[in-house]
Design a protein around this ligand. Structure first.
Ligand code: FAD
Length: 596
């Protein structure tokens, strides 16, 4: 048995993207300073690439970029003992043969991936003498308990790995199709491209002459559009008047896109220097949240909060205050657009024709680009949206582990979270300007709000229509879902999740109001607060299996890498450290009791 060959204690990292890597870092730091001198094997299992993992793998095209600037990205904790620093410092080191990243650049994902991969290699090389980090290229499909240890079936290994501790850092997993998606897929067969990340989609199979519908206008939409334009040989050129134009290669399909809101993700403001870290909220403070919880407990018997009634007004007050102080610095008396209206320009509106909608949307996007270029200090609207972005890392303390009432949790995930992403998690302004150029060139069209996508009765294609734009209905050959699959363990297509769920080793996090009994079945993986141990279907905490990162989304909120900052402590590092600390304590404790 491979695991048995290792002797000593074995830990498995299942998934080695940023979160798995982070646990590895903390484990090695703790092992280095531990009195424990027994043999430790860390199996680092990932089917794609170690460190970068699937999302950030190094082989993807350059036009797929991060939506965070170089200065905002790291995977190292502040006391990291592996040289190299955050992404910017690392990419500027002497001898680095690839692209360098400046503090305000939006790096290609593959560059961040190279940094993660290199960090993995360096960590592995610097492991203490009694520790071996062993990469395995493969997918863990099953974890079963045997003789007090765990057997991990890996699809590329003939024999299972035998380990003592398992860390699930499986990130974004594939999901089974919903009933509605199944209907579309059955109708179109290979004309329907299911939810995935753009780098994994068979976009090359889309014929140049095809008409294509894209459902979703978020970051995946931008990825797909860039792949079908820049990726097809098209170029953007700026004319003498400063206007950006698109020069098609002729290999682009014709694209129609749509979503519920009809609003493409808006641009992040442009920065002249490294973006500030989280803003200092003056209204949404920890003390205020504590007070709210205490009052809620006194009044209702549960400290769970109502997000829309109790927390959102504080967030909006922060955003308005950022808006007002930016406007005040410029002596502007009129505040312009209301913060609440940003990202919802078409709410309640109807349009008499596709042309009328197109003009309105292009106008909105042009204004957005202009505002973004003024930066967060020059544009009150962008000051407000950056405040919303900066507040995101504070919200886990509000939302995680049933912090909200069940109905409010549902409302947060289905209403507030998507809206906040539209306005504050968008691409750089260049990408929005390029979208405008593509619309101008007739390569892309946005159908309008309340978009509907249906199988076409007369062909194998699909119909696309906006419920609020007269005459917007059209037929297309191909339908592409532009959405990264949302974590929902009930719909997971991953064999490992399906097995663990069927065996009752893991369970779904069901948010329950202890007073009324109201429940919200979230679809998230049930875990304890750090050290993030999984909870089985009988509600019993497993002392040996942990879960971290995107795999725990919905039980938690905002598990993205964007929570870290070079040289700064973050929940990102703290959670990884809590898992590493828990593994170490049981290792040190057991070493006193067992003859390892
Ligand atoms: C296209 C895309 C772009 C993004 N851009 C940004 C951004 O710009 N900024 C930002 O903050 N966040 C971004 N995110 C969110 C981002 O995914 C997370 O911030 C980060 O990658 C999460 O890290 P993770 O380790 O939890 O998950 P992942 O990065 O998803 O890593 C999980 C790893 O687990 C592996 N794995 C899964 N199942 C198994 C198994 N059974 N056995 C072994 N290995 C397994 C996968 O191959 C993968 O490598 C983006 C996400 C996507 C999908």
């Amino acid at each position: 048995m491979v695991g048995a060959q290792s002797g000593g204690v074995a830990v498995a990292l299942v998934g080695v993207g940023p979160r798995g890597l982070s646990v590895l870092e903390r484990l090695l730091i703790r092992l280095r300073s531990s009195p424990y001198r027994g043999e430790v094997t860390v199996w680092a299992v990932d089917p794609v690439e170690h460190g970068s993992g699937r999302v950030w793998r190094t082989g993807q095209p350059w036009w797929l970029t991060m939506n965070a600037t170089g200065a905002e990205v790291t995977v190292r904790s502040p006391d990291s003992d592996v040289p190299g620093g955050g992404l910017v410092e690392w990419s500027n080191q002497a001898g680095w043969p690839h692209e360098t990243v400046g503090p305000v650049d939006y790096p290609p994902r593959r560059v961040y991936g190279a940094y993660l991969k290199d960090t993995f290699d360096r960590m592995r090389a610097s492991a203490p003498r009694n520790v071996r980090v062993r990469p395995v290229l493969g997918e863990v499909t099953e974890v079963t308990r045997m003789d007090g240890r765990y057997l991990l079936t890996v699809d590329t290994l003939g024999t299972p790995l035998r380990v003592d501790k398992v860390v699930l850092a499986t990130g974004h997993g594939a999901q089974q199709l919903s009933d509605e998606q199944r209907r579309l897929a059955d109708h179109g067969e290979d004309r329907y491209l299911a939810e995935s990340i753009a780098a994994d989609m068979p976009l090359d199979a889309v014929a140049p002459s095809a008409s294509v519908a894209i459902r979703g206008l978020g970051l995946s939409f931008y990825d797909i559009v860039r792949s079908l334009s820049i990726g097809r040989g098209g170029r953007f050129v700026r004319d003498q008047s400063g206007r950006l134009a698109y020069r098609p290669s002729g290999a682009e399909p014709r694209i129609t896109a749509g979503s519920r809101s009809g609003v493409p993700f808006l641009a992040r403001p442009r920065f002249d220097e490294a973006p500030e870290t989280a803003p200092r909220p003056t209204v949404l403070t920890e003390q205020r949240l504590d007070d709210l919880r205490t009052a809620a407990f006194r009044n209702t018997g549960t400290s769970q909060l109502d997000f829309a009634k109790q927390v959102e007004p504080l967030i909006m007050a922060e955003a308005r205050s950022a808006h007002a102080s930016c406007a005040g610095r410029q002596n502007r008396t009129r505040l312009g657009v209301r913060v609440e209206d940003v990202g919802q320009p078409f709410r309640g509106k109807r349009f008499s024709s596709p042309q009328a909608f197109r003009l309105s949307m292009m106008d909105m996007l042009r204004t957005d680009v202009e505002e973004a270029r003024k930066g967060p200090h020059g544009s009150p609207v962008k000051a407000a949206t950056e405040m919303l972005r900066g507040i995101r890392p504070l919200l886990p303390s509000v939302v995680d582990y049933g912090g909200l009432l069940p109905g409010s949790h549902r409302d947060f995930l289905s209403r507030f979270a998507p809206w906040s992403f539209i306005v504050s998690a968008g691409p750089p302004d260049e990408h929005v300007e390029q979208l405008l150029a593509l619309i101008d060139a007739g390569v892309v069209d946005v159908v309008g709000p309340a978009a509907r996508f249906e199988p076409d009765k007369q062909s194998e294609g699909f119909t696309v229509e906006s419920g609020r734009v007269a005459g917007s209905r059209r037929t297309v050959d191909v339908l592409i879902e532009a959405r990264v699959p949302v974590t929902d363990i009930r719909r997971s297509a991953a064999p490992l999740t399906q097995h663990l769920l069927a065996d009752g080793v893991i369970s779904e996090f069901v948010n329950t109001d202890p007073i009324t009994g109201e429940q919200f079945a979230s679809g998230g993986l049930a875990i304890t607060p750090p050290p993030c141990r999984v909870i089985n279907d009988a509600g019993v905490v497993n002392p040996d299996i942990y879960a971290i990162g995107v795999a725990t989304e919905k039980t938690r909120w905002f598990t993205q890498v964007g929570t870290g900052r070079p040289g700064k402590d973050s929940p990102f590092c703290r959670e990884a450290d809590a898992i590493a600390g828990d593994i170490m304590s049981s290792l040190e404790r057991d070493s006193r009791e067992l003859p390892w």
